[in-house]
Design a protein around this ligand. Structure first.
Ligand SMILES: [Mn+2]
Length: 306
């Protein structure tokens, strides 16, 4: 029994009427290097206490209009990896649609079941990550956190990878062969023309889309709190530009976002970055969908704003 959790310390709206669902998935079973990602979701929610209601990029207070609900954490103690993943699928499948789902990890192995549950008719997965995560198995398991994008490709979703800078030769060959995978390697993105082409690709996407953010996609000088850090990576502003581009694209149906692989650290910088990523998502998403012109009945109404 976990006590209830909150975003921005706001009261949780009823699930059925919430515009934004935040789902903690504190699963850590297959990590290979630095442990602690099971604490990631709780740390992001704790850090969110320190955010302002006002979101400075879109220039509004999203929670004046958006109703948020932080759901109970997904149960993670099961006899097998498969049993957990089946449970996760059913749990996500049972949620109402027509809202923004933001899942907080936990390790990267949790993405496929959420995509399968929330985006059953196919679509595009946009992945921010240092690692390709395209291994067919790792340490004997298809559920390892090195494998989720392979599982997603097996179900025929298109894949756009951003920031990749660590991969097996097998994964490099797969990327070269598979026309449904577009990989923007980290080093290439240092060239402005390639960065702009990537942003243009995101701006012109259509149909169902899932955004998966492995926090190690960012520069570890910016966010040290990840399980498998790699030098290089996205800057904060590059990350925000990617999120803004996707959230403002009206031609896509955004089926969900996940923010994963955070390993909280004592300095709390990484935790705050996770919290602020959540805020950017709901701000750009809400503004692009005209919530600011609707009734001011969001979660912060009636709450002391000091
Ligand atoms: Mn990953």
């Amino acid at each position: 029994m976990s006590e209830s959790q909150h975003f921005l310390s706001l009261p949780n709206a009823p699930v059925e009427s919430a515009d934004v669902l935040i789902l903690p998935v504190p699963y850590e079973q297959t990590v290979t290097y630095k442990p602690g990602t099971r604490q990631g979701a709780a740390a992001i929610l704790a850090a969110s206490d320190q955010l302002e209601f006002y979101e400075e990029d879109a220039g509004w207070c999203p929670t004046e209009y958006l109703k948020l609900s932080v759901l109970p954490s997904v149960a993670v103690d099961f006899e097998s990896e498969q049993a957990f993943h089946d449970h996760l699928f059913n749990q996500v499948k049972s949620l109402p649609g027509d809202n923004l789902l933001i899942a907080l990890g936990g390790e990267h192995s949790v993405t496929p079941e959420m995509v399968f549950a929330r985006m059953p008719d196919g679509g595009t997965v946009v992945q921010i990550d240092a690692h390709a995560d395209l291994r067919p198995r790792y340490h004997g398991s298809i559920y390892n956190h090195a494998c989720p994008m392979n599982r997603i490709r097996q179900q025929d979703y298109e894949l756009i990878q951003i920031g990749i800078r660590s991969l097996h030769a097998y994964e490099a060959a797969l990327i070269a062969d598979d026309k449904a995978i577009t990989t923007y390697f980290d080093r290439q993105l240092q060239r402005q023309a390639i960065w702009e082409a990537m942003i243009e690709r995101l701006a012109s996407l259509k149909g169902p889309v899932w955004l998966t953010i492995d926090m190690d996609g960012f520069d570890p000088a910016l966010i040290t709190g990840v399980g498998t850090p790699q030098p290089g990576g996205l800057s904060w502003h590059q990350g925000v530009e990617i999120i803004e581009t996707l959230m403002r694209n009206d031609d896509i149906e955004l089926c969900g976002v996940d923010i994963l692989e955070l390993v909280p650290e004592a300095n709390r910088v990484s935790d705050m970055m996770g919290a602020k990523l959540v805020q950017k998502c709901l701000s750009f998403w809400g503004k692009a969908r005209g919530f600011d012109k609707g009734p001011a009945e969001g979660s912060q109404m009636g709450v002391d704003d000091e």
